[in-house]
Design a protein around this ligand. Structure first.
Ligand SMILES: [Zn+2]
Length: 197
């Protein structure tokens, strides 16, 4: 496995498909509209697919961001459990959202890991701990799947956390400070001097 990873890194940037050999499949940059994947075939071969997408190409996600910039990475490790094509999908993107408190941009890492069972209908039993994705497993739209996962990974309400520079929080904090008596701000001021004596 580690040999495989190293080999894969060397070949990064070139498209290659090593079905039945290395079981690794990477592409320089993918986008919605790329050829659909035969997940049945890839699951049988135990293929690991690694893809990079431009966030700007994900229309539904781009709508939810302050600026649709940067890339999203996806790793999809396919295999077969109880005869069903399954895949562990990891997605990750660094996204610029809009803080709902101060309306300034706030950066968040969107990431998720899911165990998916690729089934043609709801009737097909899904292996334990797997989420059913109803699709044509021989024509899987990985880009749509990745975008769905990123949309699910969006925070319900994006806003700066405590300690981050939220414009609104800063203003509020500054007001509180200016109202405070000087002694309140530095309760131990002069303590060092006292200890010297
Ligand atoms: Zn904010």
């Amino acid at each position: 496995m580690s040999d495989q990873c190293l080999k894969n890194k060397d070949l990064r940037g070139k498209f290659f498909d090593t079905l039945g050999n290395g079981h690794y499949d990477t592409a320089p940059m993918s986008r919605p509209g790329d050829p659909l994947l035969d997940a049945e075939r890839l699951a049988t071969a135990g293929t690991v697919i690694e893809r990079e997408f431009r966030i700007a190409d994900f229309a539904r996600l781009a709508d939810r961001l302050a600026r649709p910039e940067g890339t999203a990475t996806a790793r999809f490790a396919l295999s077969r459990i109880e005869g069903v094509a399954v895949g562990e999908l990891s997605v990750r993107a660094n996204a610029e959202l809009t803080c709902q408190r101060c309306l300034a941009p706030v950066r968040r890492v969107l990431e998720s890991e899911s165990r998916l069972a690729l089934v043609a209908s709801d009737e097909v039993p899904v292996p334990a701990d797997h989420e059913a994705v109803t699709c044509d497993p021989q024509r899987l739209d990985l880009a749509a799947l990745v975008e769905d996962e990123l949309l699910l990974a969006l925070p319900l309400i994006a806003r700066h956390a405590d300690g981050e520079a939220c414009a609104l929080a800063d203003t509020a904090a500054a007001e509180v400070k200016s109202d405070e008596p000087a002694t309140m701000r530095r309760p131990f001021a002069g303590l060092k001097e006292l200890l010297k004596n």
